[in-house]
Design a protein around this ligand. Structure first.
Ligand code: FES
Ligand code: FES
Length: 172
């Protein structure tokens, strides 16, 4: 029996220890917000947090999360960063088909938890492992910066006030 914390609650599973965490969460615990994309750790659709760090869970065995805290898109909505991201996502109409979006939010929320004042380069680096087949990258970056500005309104991007950086993003 393997035990870990899932969205703040202790859970147990008798699935094989080499079962990918993504399948355990989707099929075992019926949380379907995290998506299967490539299954090879390349696209980020399956991103969850493990002890607050964004992880590609299609290639992460259950054994690796024993005793650790796993958060999915269903659980991350309780945090302030996720609320700011959700508002920015809606305001900027980020999503197109939506398939990659839970992974994008998980990567972005892990970034803002670790670095509440990211530069554009920080955002690009943190989001580089999350592919969007609809090509929403400019809106995703803009929304992450907007959420950061909401959380830290006096922050700057590479020496530029956020409102100016946002205006530059909007006109790009
Ligand atoms: S489905 Fe996990 S990285 Fe693509
Ligand atoms: S919105 Fe369609 S894959 Fe990203």
């Amino acid at each position: 029996m393997l035990r870990f914390t899932l969205n703040g609650k202790t859970v147990e599973t008798d699935l094989a220890p080499d079962t990918p965490l993504l399948w355990a969460v989707r099929d075992g615990f019926k949380l379907k917000g995290s998506k299967f994309g490539c299954g090879a750790g390349l696209c980020g659709a399956c991103t969850m947090h493990v002890d607050g760090v964004a992880q590609k869970t299609c290639v992460l065995p259950l054994a690796a999360v024993a005793g650790r805290a796993v958060t999915t898109i269903e659980g991350v909505t309780a945090t302030g960063a996720a609320e700011a991201l959700q508002a920015a996502w809606v305001a900027q109409s980020v999503s197109q088909c939506g398939y990659c979006q839970s992974g994008q939010i998980m990567a972005a929320s892990a970034l803002l938890a670790q670095n509440p004042n990211p530069t554009e380069a920080d955002v690009e680096a943190a989001m580089a492992g999350n592919i969007c087949r609809c090509g929403c990258y400019p809106r995703i970056k803009s929304a992450v910066l907007a959420a950061a500005a909401t959380l830290a309104p006096d922050a700057v991007v590479q020496g530029t006030p956020f409102k100016d950086a946002m205006a530059r993003e909007a006109s790009a």
